[in-house]
Design a protein around this ligand. Structure first.
Ligand code: PLP
Length: 394
């Protein structure tokens, strides 16, 4: 007897489907010389001193479970770094190391959200926040953002979406996919709003050290009155090019960290010991590697912007992180961002993702990752110009 697997899957499985990405990855598999600007995974290697620390840790027996919140020296180093970069003061037991920042999103949702509670998320924004909340049967309230504020979330935009069921507000700064940094004054206004309405804020600051020009991130928990209602989510994947090590962290008051730690333990027991020792080298070693990466992304950012200007494609000013969010509709081709991405991949061998993956309500925008060297980006931009010209000629 054949089994109808689809009928047996839980309803929530549909929430995790990413048809378009899978389809694009399958198309890319059959092509040579694809310039991949899709995934947010740096092409840069983890700095050598961090890899060495991981290797030494393995040789010295870091092959076991650790404390569920992470090894003490790492938690101390994270707390020190948060403070040194302008954040709040945390004790090491207010830090929880997680197998990636993304895992932290699900831990928070499971620890804080009941069915019917509401979580307010920026839209477009990093989608797993919505997926995590939906899995707890909480309501996801999306605040649409657009080019008129360069995709910056503002307190005025959030206010009408607050109800008596609102529990959590998510701020992603810099934001993925838009590359926007929320101005310092706006972060203060959002914090005030959170206090007025007794909201817990998840402040995702994973890209906060990769900002450009004068744009700087104000850590939410450093604002007076915010430490007790903020969960800061961050990690090592982006600033230290450590995506494959799967290591991130949450910083929050003890009263929140303790229950979240219970959930984290149930899900993961602990984060891989080897990754924690490598992250310790990242957090406590020389920081010039982060500045070097920031400089590299800045050069790539310029290459993308110059290319988009040449093609005549409008984009949000990229202020931080490693993404450029560009408007397909501004080309006047009469096609959606999804179709544009598929055409670009099939005909131009350039991969990027449509903004709909990140909840974009318009289907007009694409996200381009700066995860290729600048000379490859220039080739990609030429190819984009050619595909656009070919579509226009059809
Ligand atoms: N937060 C944001 C805004 C991200 O873009 C990502 C990954 O792309 C993450 C968190 C999760 O990163 P990781 O799980 O690798 O720490």
């Amino acid at each position: 007897m054949s089994i109808d697997y689809a009928a047996r899957l839980a309803d929530r499985v549909k929430l995790t489907e990413e048809h378009l990405i899978t389809r694009m990855l399958n198309i890319a598999d059959g092509l040579d010389d694809v310039i991949k600007m899709g995934r947010g995974d740096p092409d840069l290697d983890t700095p050598a001193h961090i890899i060495k620390a991981g290797q030494e840790a393995l040789a010295n027996g870091a092959t076991h479970y650790t404390h569920p919140q992470g090894i003490q020296p790492l938690r101390e180093a994270i707390a020190r770094n948060i403070r040194d970069y302008g954040g709040a003061a945390y004790d090491p037991d207010e830090i929880m190391v997680t197998p990636g920042g993304q895992h932290g999103m699900f831990v928070i949702a499971l620890a804080l959200l009941n069915p019917g509670d509401e979580i307010i998320v920026p839209c477009p924004g990093y989608n797993p926040y919505s997926q995590a909340a939906e899995m707890t049967d909480a309501g996801v309230v999306k605040v649409p953002m657009g080019m008129e504020t360069n995709f910056t979330l503002t307190a005025d935009m959030i206010r009408p979406h607050i109800t008596d069921r609102s529990k959590i507000l998510v701020l992603i700064n810099p934001n993925n996919p838009t590359g926007t940094v929320t101005p310092v004054e706006e972060v203060r206004k959002i914090a005030k709003l959170a206090q007025e309405h007794d909201l817990i804020v998840i402040s995702d600051e994973i890209y906060s050290r990769l900002t450009f020009g004068n744009h700087k991130v104000l850590p939410v928990a450093s604002i007076p009155g915010m430490r007790e209602r903020t969960i800061t989510l961050s990690g090592f994947s982006k600033a230290y090019a450590m995506t494959g090590w799967r290591i991130g962290y949450l910083a929050a008051p003890r009263e929140l960290i303790t229950p979240m730690s219970e959930i984290n333990h149930a899900f993961a027991i602990s984060t891989a010991a080897v990754s924690q020792h490598a992250a310790l080298a990242a957090a406590s070693g020389p920081q010039d590697c982060v500045e070097e990466m920031r400089r590299i992304y800045d050069e790539r950012r310029r290459a993308i912007c110059e290319g988009l200007d040449a093609v005549g494609m409008r984009y949000a000013e990229p202020q931080g992180g490693f993404y450029v969010y560009a408007d397909v509709a501004s080309l006047g081709l009469g096609i959606t961002a999804g179709i544009f991405c598929e055409r670009l991949l099939a005909d131009g061998k350039v991969m990027m993702y449509p903004g709909t993956i990140y909840g974009d309500h318009t289907d007009d925008f694409v996200r381009m990752s700066m995860t290729q060297p600048a000379d490859r980006i220039r080739v990609a931009m030429t190819r984009i110009g050619e595909v656009v010209a070919a579509i226009r000629a059809e």
